[in-house]
Design a protein around this ligand. Structure first.
Ligand code: PMT
Length: 403
């Protein structure tokens, strides 16, 4: 729930992508947002206000002068209500009006009065998008502080390829979340470089078989998103290229523990915080085969294993005094005792002691709960919550530590 209780004003203008806003409004509500909608006359040619009213359970503003309550000036009331405003799809016409400060319909009137951050998602024909007037107007909006989401390139409604499509819902949502949080959460990691590992490493046995573990990468990705929302420059070393990448996070995709070791070690010099959230295979297969191993007429097959480098221990050993190195300890028994041993042995600054015997937290779960152990004896309980909230809470404790 990345937008829990956030008041989102959804401003729909008259492009074909307007019909997609019905689903997007539902997505916003699923993310915990409160949603109010205003539509231009053009938008109503593509989708009815009743659709949005039914989905959001609130009346939709379509007419500046349809004032039903004498106590309230509706367009100003909506402008004051919004925590964030999204104009999607934003047509060339509305973009031009916003750039000029016009207020000739309810959408442009509200948007001229809002004081919250505005995000605009231009969507139109490629030639309209590339027209110098549109580009000039977009530049003006950027200078006015509006955050512009680049249109996607692809098959347009006109029947040919070009740049002008409304991006996927996940892109819109990520962008909105990023803008909202960077305006509303203390930027405690601004100017800091953070390197995070995520997912379970894969140790090949042959081209079709491998040794791995149940790490889904969710914790590492939540940490990357949280660090980004808090203002950091984030690099994510991940074994999970299929997961959606948090907006603005730089990915480095790896497979094995050795590859992860190489990448994390290369990032150490330039990083302020390094976090090993990945579940790293302690061993790799020495006698891995380049070809599929055939079933043989024998009862057993030996797979020879050799120890992998301990990435966290290496980062801990080579840590500068101005760096923070954070590890996780995934334990199913003697949680705190074992985690303390890891903290000391690996020379980490902090260890997140993760009780993996509880299926509602830890591996492949939506939530996490842990005890944060510091090298100077600190013990901090992080309550059970979704992994993003957990990651934000974790950084809140680490933030003060970053010099
Ligand atoms: O990915 P999810 O499904 O969201 O699950 C999250 C998680 C449970 C995987 C995560 O929260 C977690 O606990 N990660 C650490 C898992 C692990 O490998 O723990 P460990 O106790 O075996 O290792 C201790 C620390 O040393 C870890 O930070 C690990 O990344 C690191 N390590 C381990 C072995 C190795 N060769 N190199 C390492 O750097």
């Amino acid at each position: 729930m990345r937008l829990k209780d956030v008041k989102v004003g959804l401003f729909i203008t008259g492009g074909i992508a307007a019909y997609k806003m019905a689903n997007f409004a539902r997505l916003l509500i699923k993310e915990g947002a409160q949603v109010r909608v205003a539509m231009t006359p053009g938008a109503q040619a593509f989708i009815t206000p009743l659709t949005l009213q039914t989905l959001t359970k609130h009346s939709v503003l379509v007419d500046t002068f349809a004032e039903e309550d004498p106590e309230v000036v509706q367009h100003i009331h909506l402008a004051d209500w919004c925590d964030i405003a999204l104009v999607a799809p934003a047509t060339a016409n509305t973009i031009a009006k916003l750039a000029q400060g016009l207020a000739d319909n309810v959408v442009t009137s509200v948007l001229l009065a809002v004081t919250c951050p505005i995000v605009a998602a231009p969507a139109m024909n490629v030639n309209m998008y590339q027209h110098p007037a549109t580009q000039r107007n977009l530049e003006q909006l950027r200078q006015d502080g509006v955050s512009i989401i680049e249109p996607a390139t692809g098959f347009l409604a006109e029947g040919y390829e070009g740049k002008g499509r409304l991006p996927e819902e996940s892109v819109l949502l990520d962008h909105l979340v990023q803008v909202y949080w960077s305006n509303n959460y203390p930027q405690i990691l601004a100017g800091k470089k953070v390197a995070i590992s995520a997912g379970g490493t894969i140790e090949r046995i042959d081209p079709v078989r491998y040794i791995s573990n149940d790490s889904s990468g969710k914790m590492g990705y939540a940490l990357a998103q949280a660090a980004k929302l808090l203002g950091a420059d984030v690099t994510l070393v991940s074994t999970k290229p299929e997961l959606p990448l948090p907006l603005g996070v730089k990915p480095i995709y790896v497979t094995s523990a050795q590859e992860m070791f190489t990448q994390m070690v290369a990032l150490q010099e330039a990083s302020d915080i390094l976090i090993m959230a990945a579940a790293v295979s302690d061993y790799r297969v020495v006698n891995a085969s380049n070809h599929k191993i055939k079933k043989q007429d024998q009862d057993s097959l030996a797979i020879q294993l050799a120890e992998n480098p301990d990435i966290l221990a290496h980062l801990g050993q080579h840590k500068r005094p101005d760096q923070l190195v954070v590890g996780f300890a995934a334990e199913s028994q003697h949680l705190i005792d074992y985690a303390r041993v890891k903290l000391a042995k690996k020379k980490a600054d902090w260890i997140v002691a993760n009780d993996i015997s509880d299926p509602s937290i830890g591996f492949n779960s939506a939530e996490n709960r842990a005890t944060l152990l510091g090298k100077d004896g600190q013990v901090i309980e992080l309550e059970q919550q979704d992994k993003l909230s957990f990651a934000l809470a974790l950084f809140k404790h680490l933030g003060g530590e970053v010099r």
